[in-house]
Design a protein around this ligand. Structure first.
Ligand SMILES: [Zn+2]
Length: 212
């Protein structure tokens, strides 16, 4: 559910996220996040997607929820007609569960071809906010996306940018990635955070960094 017109200027909002819950000294779980479709030619990006997803989920979720959540990140799949305008889409494996614990994030091939590494991480960041929303029962829907509930109330807002789950995801996606970059000691595309205007500013190439 990441949908971003090239010309968009998204407002930046300050959020306090629970970064303090994350400690780099705590060994990340490695069994709950799987990444598929980022090939052996990009081992650093593969490692970053995995460790960033772990960081984001620890930051966004209470410990007990984090402990039961599994996410499969699948890069390079082809969007179907329903999702043709999306860069990526996230859904629980079982849409009927009030508190699902298994999720698939699809990063669509046609968008990935135009993304640099940080733009891809930004999309992952956005989709992980949706994972948080589903896992905590804040967002419920149907796989055909005809019906959505936000905080237990039916929401029929047709404007993508005004849907409360998208407002939250767009608000948190950059701050999560910025904190991750600081924690992982890699160049943050958001060092000029308050001046950032478009995602095209996020042009730092992870492969030029010698740090993981
Ligand atoms: Zn979204």
């Amino acid at each position: 559910m990441a949908n971003r017109p090239a010309s968009s200027e998204m407002p930046l909002t300050c959020f306090h996220v629970g970064v303090a819950r994350f400690s780099p000294r705590t060994a990340p779980r490695t069994d709950n996040i799987t990444v598929e479709g980022i090939g052996p030619d990009k081992p650093l990006l593969f490692a970053h997607v995995k460790s960033f997803a772990d960081f984001a989920l620890r930051t966004l979720l209470p410990k007990a929820t984090y402990a039961r959540v599994n996410v499969h990140i699948r890069a390079g799949s082809t969007a179907d007609e329903v999702h043709s305008s999306d860069d990526a889409v996230t859904g629980p494996v079982d849409w009927n569960k009030a508190y699902p614990s298994s999720f698939v994030i699809d990063l669509f091939d046609q968008s990935m071809a135009m993304m640099n590494d940080f733009e891809l991480l930004l999309i992952v960041s956005h989709e992980l906010v949706h994972v948080k929303q589903f896992a905590l029962g804040h967002l419920r829907g149907r796989s055909d996306r005809i019906f959505w509930k936000w905080m237990s109330r039916e929401c029929r807002e047709p404007n993508y940018w005004l849907q409360p789950w998208e407002v939250e995801a767009h608000g948190l996606e950059r701050i999560l990635l910025h904190y991750y970059a600081l924690m992982a000691e890699i160049p943050s595309p958001f060092d000029r955070f308050l001046n950032l205007r478009t995602t095209s500013d996020a042009s730092v190439d992870l492969h030029n960094s010698d740090r993981l």
